[in-house]
Design a protein around this ligand. Structure first.
Ligand code: CTP
Length: 211
């Protein structure tokens, strides 16, 4: 067991392939070693607001996330304690009543559009990754996913993209690329990048278990 868990941040715009990159890395390790945390699970709880109000929230702004809770949980995991991860419901636009009991692991991958935006999160990371995919591919993926999995209409996805997602991406997401140690073009299709990441993680794990 490594003395201190490794934290990897995977940022990038909506539909860039963060989840695919993260899953591909996870597949190279056993379930006992690696853990994936989605920043989306830490969208602020909006259960006190009516559904119509929740529709108006800007989900691409840094203030939409409960980073205080996320940081508290990361500290717990770094101290080898279990945490209760919230479960987010994209159809209802708020947290559900359930939580998931998450066990600490040697490697924690934190994935989300704005994980590199908060300095406190960056300071906890050993490796900072930005998945860089062209905007045309990202909007195509987002359209397909939001209609198929998140209960949206084509009109609502386009309206949200043009009026909120795109401007927020340019203002808050894209500028965090400068903090990345590694920029991965074309996300999950980039097998060389996945391989490099896996090798690096293994080498840190070996270094840390040598003490
Ligand atoms: N979002 C939304 N409605 C909510 C909460 C979030 O539409 N109630 C959207 C935000 O607009 C944000 C996106 O969810 O842009 C964040 O998820 P995204 O990065 O697209 O998904 P991942 O699977 O994490 O990333 P990737 O597509 O890169 O794998």
């Amino acid at each position: 067991m490594a003395d201190k868990p490794i934290v990897i941040g995977v940022a990038g715009g909506t539909g860039s392939g963060k989840t695919t990159v993260t899953r591909s890395i996870c597949e190279q390790f056993t379930d006992k070693t690696i853990l994936m945390i989605e920043q989306d699970s830490y969208y602020k709880d909006q259960a006190h607001l009516p559904y119509e109000e929740r529709l108006k929230t800007n989900y691409d702004h840094p203030l939409a996330f409960d980073n205080d809770l996320l940081i508290e949980h990361l500290h717990g995991l770094l101290n080898r304690k279990n945490v209760e991860k919230p479960v987010y419901n994209y159809k209802l636009h708020t947290r559900s009543d359930e939580v998931i009991d998450v066990e600490p692991k040697d490697v924690i991958i934190l994935e989300g559009i704005l994980v590199l935006e908060d300095e406190r999160l960056r300071n906890l990371m050993d490796i900072k990754v930005f998945v860089d995919t062209d905007a045309d591919l990202r909007i195509i993926r987002r359209l397909m996913r939001d209609i198929n999995e998140r209960g949206r209409t084509i009109e609502s996805v386009i309206e949200q993209y043009v009026n909120v997602v795109r401007p927020m991406h340019l203002q808050f997401v894209e500028p965090t690329k400068r903090y990345a140690n590694i920029i991965i073009p074309e996300g999950g299709e980039n097998l060389v990048a996945i391989d490099l990441m896996t090798t690096k993680i293994r080498s840190i794990l070996e270094e840390r278990s040598l003490t």
